[in-house]
Ligand binder design. Structure first.
Ligand code: PLP
Length: 415
């Protein structure tokens, strides 16, 4: 019998220590930036209670939840059978309701069997990555990204490949994406409507991307998948039409979360959808099912799943959100900020009046206004304002945005 390696001495490095996997996750730029930011925000939260700090950081609710949402959960919590709170995977009524609703947004002939219920968008993306990619495979995504892509990819053993978007439009940089597609590429993540830029990618862009991926897949002799991260696909402004990458490229894993439309991200529910008619879909579904179990029972709680048919009838007030967008974009432009009006999501993404976005964000923070620096999205020179804050908070913050840019101007050398 082979000798086992000697046990480390109790006080040697690594003894009783943490895993290499967790160290790799903590070493990622987004992790260090985000959790550093969160730690500071905890301090700010304490201050806010005292000073009324105006918080435009995360997509969290700032007003009481709509009563119909609460009622749906209350109803769903009342047991109808002994099995009500038994172990649940994906519940068919939830799958069917979600598929019918998805069909109205992305008309591809979905049925409930094409969907798996997940613990929000996080759960869907994590399972999607692991269902098609193996450790060492590359995952391409655009900067600025949702800051968790890198963390989820590294946890899955994948190698992130980052491609900056075109500035200042924040469209997909198709030439750069094409150059980034190598023999190890397995996944391209597309997020539309985009957090943080608010951009909705048009059909021409998605068609061109699909062509690139067909060519690169043929070159590699191995399929490249799109993970379409679209939790904001119902939050669009000015009657814009959203198009999913799944409508242009059938090898797309569509990830959705209810956390945005219902503005209740703490109640974890979403889904991973596999386009109908995909060859070998049965094997893919088996892969997803097994990974949801092996990942630590990555299914939403029974109560959330029972509530889905009712929750599908509800939405935050997109008109009110659009009014907040119009107010802040108009006011910022009038003050001299460079800002594109977002086509969807609940974020506004202005250019920082000075190249050092962190310094500018710190200057706003000193005035009691919290926003996120572009550095957090690996895109310095910009910053993100979240519109889930109340209209009153926006009004209260406008004089501070004005004072901050006036300060920059008064410090600029005359020229
Ligand atoms: N994808 C994007 C682009 C997001 O903005 C978020 C949340 O902010 C998620 C995925 C994850 O959503 P959830 O927390 O509802 O799972």
């Amino acid at each position: 019998m082979e000798d086992l390696p000697p046990s480390p001495a109790p006080d040697s490095p690594g003894a009783g220590g943490v895993s290499r996997r967790s160290e790799l996750i903590q070493a990622t730029t987004p992790f260090r930036m985000l959790f550093g930011f969160l730690r500071r925000r905890a301090i700010e939260d304490a201050r806010r209670r005292e000073d009324g700090v105006l918080d435009f950081t995360f997509g969290d609710p700032h007003e009481m939840q709509m009563p119909a949402y609460v009622e749906a959960l209350r109803e769903a919590a009342v047991p109808r059978s002994e099995q009500w709170f038994a172990y649940k995977q994906s519940e068919q009524p939830a799958q069917d309701a979600a598929a019918a609703s998805l069909e109205r947004v992305v008309p591809l002939g979905w049925s409930g069997a094409d969907l798996r219920m997940t613990t929000g968008g996080f759960g869907a993306i994590t399972v999607a990555m692991k269902a098609v990619a193996d450790p060492g495979d590359e995952v391409v995504y655009t900067l600025p990204p949702w800051f968790l892509y890198e963390i989820l990819a590294v946890e899955a053993g994948l190698v992130p490949v980052k491609v900056p978007a075109l500035q200042p439009t924040f469209d997909l940089a198709l030439d750069a994406i094409s150059a980034a597609l190598g023999p190890r590429t397995r996944i391209v993540v597309v997020n539309t409507p985009n957090n943080p830029s608010g951009r909705i990618y048009p059909p021409a862009t998605l068609t061109a991307l699909a062509e690139l991926l067909e060519e690169a897949s043929a070159r590699n002799g191995r399929r490249i998948w799109i993970i379409s991260d679209e939790p904001y696909n119902r939050i669009v402004f000015d009657g814009a039409t959203f198009h999913s990458p799944a409508q242009f490229y059938r090898y797309t894993l569509l990830c959705y979360s209810y956390g945005k439309t219902l503005l209740a991200p703490g109640q974890r529910v979403g889904y991973l959808a596999v386009p109908p008619g995909l060859p070998d879909a049965a094997a893919l579904m088996d892969a997803i099912d097994s990974l949801q179990i092996a990942g630590g029972w990555l299914f939403p709680n029974a109560v959330m799943q029972y509530a889905v048919p009712d929750l599908e009838r509800l939405s935050l007030d997109v008109g009110a959100l659009q009014a907040k967008r119009d107010r802040i974009v108009g006011a910022l432009r009038e003050m001299g900020y460079e800002v594109t009006s977002p086509e969807g999501t609940f974020y506004v993404w202005p250019r920082s009046p000075i190249p050092d976005d962190e310094a500018f964000v710190a200057s706003l923070e000193r005035r009691g206004v919290l926003v996120m620096p572009g550095a957090l999205f690996e895109t310095p020179g910009w910053f993100r304002i979240c519109l889930t804050a109340t209209a009153e908070s926006i009004e209260a913050a406008l004089p501070h945005f004005r004072a901050a840019i006036d300060d920059v101007r008064s410090q600029a050398p005359p020229g």
